[in-house]
Ligand binder design. Structure first.
Ligand SMILES: [Zn+2]
Length: 221
């Protein structure tokens, strides 16, 4: 792990503490005499926590959409503008370059419905494709829109996938699919697990990184 930039504040305290302030900076409070080596080892140890905190901060900083004319929405990794229309029926259509929405309320429901349907149509066949190709047979698949999870695979080999992923590039969707399918063989994140993922998708690290960097944008519905 690359050590994040941090601000060191030494005082008379006895223990180390980490804090991420509103601007996303990492503040490290440490006793006067503690060596930098020990301080940085502590930061490394807490890297998962730091990552999670920073992520939450980024998400909260994200303004909620208003579903007004001209606002852009992600679909398969690209942004497309929204046009609002007056129609008797609530519906959302995608016409290759724009989203056309008619809705009695803000439009969130229509977007969720459309994203879910698109995920079914586009992503689920890929789940079956990779499952068949590599003999990774799942039991059931469920689509959800979780805040914190892109996918999961239970001990009974039931797979959950987050349909908000339809906003991501198809290669990223493939990565999440393959990740969950690989859990059918390995119920952990061991070396052999990642070897299997890499065997199926040699470039998976790029997609994994995309999710880290841009994943929070997919929750913007
Ligand atoms: Zn996993």
């Amino acid at each position: 792990m690359k050590l994040p930039y941090y601000q060191l504040i030494r005082s008379k305290r006895k223990t180390l503490s980490l804090q991420i302030n509103r601007s996303g900076e990492l503040l490290v409070r440490a006793p006067q005499q503690l060596s930098v080596k020990k301080i940085e080892a502590f930061i490394r140890e807490k890297s998962a926590w730091i990552e999670k905190k920073t992520q939450t901060l980024r998400e909260n900083a994200q303004p909620k959409p208003t579903y007004l004319n001209g606002e852009v929405f992600l679909y398969l990794g690209n942004y497309y503008p929204l046009i609002r229309e007056q129609a008797p029926k609530n519906k959302l259509e995608f016409e290759g370059k724009v989203f056309k929405l008619s809705s009695a309320d803000n439009g969130s429901t229509e977007f969720h419905r459309w994203y879910k349907a698109s995920f079914k149509k586009i992503a689920l066949p890929r789940l079956d494709y990779y499952a068949d190709l590599h003999q990774l047979n799942y039991q059931k698949v469920r689509l959800k829109s979780q805040k914190t999870l892109w996918g999961s695979c239970s001990s009974a080999n039931n797979i959950n996938l987050n349909y908000l992923l339809i906003g991501a590039p198809i290669s990223v969707i493939d990565y999440v699919i393959v990740h969950e399918l690989a859990h059918i063989k390995h119920k952990n994140h061991s070396k052999v697990f990642w070897q299997l993922v890499a065997f199926i998708l040699p470039e998976y690290k790029t997609e994994k990184q995309w999710l880290k960097d841009h994943g929070h944008k997919l929750h913007n519905l």
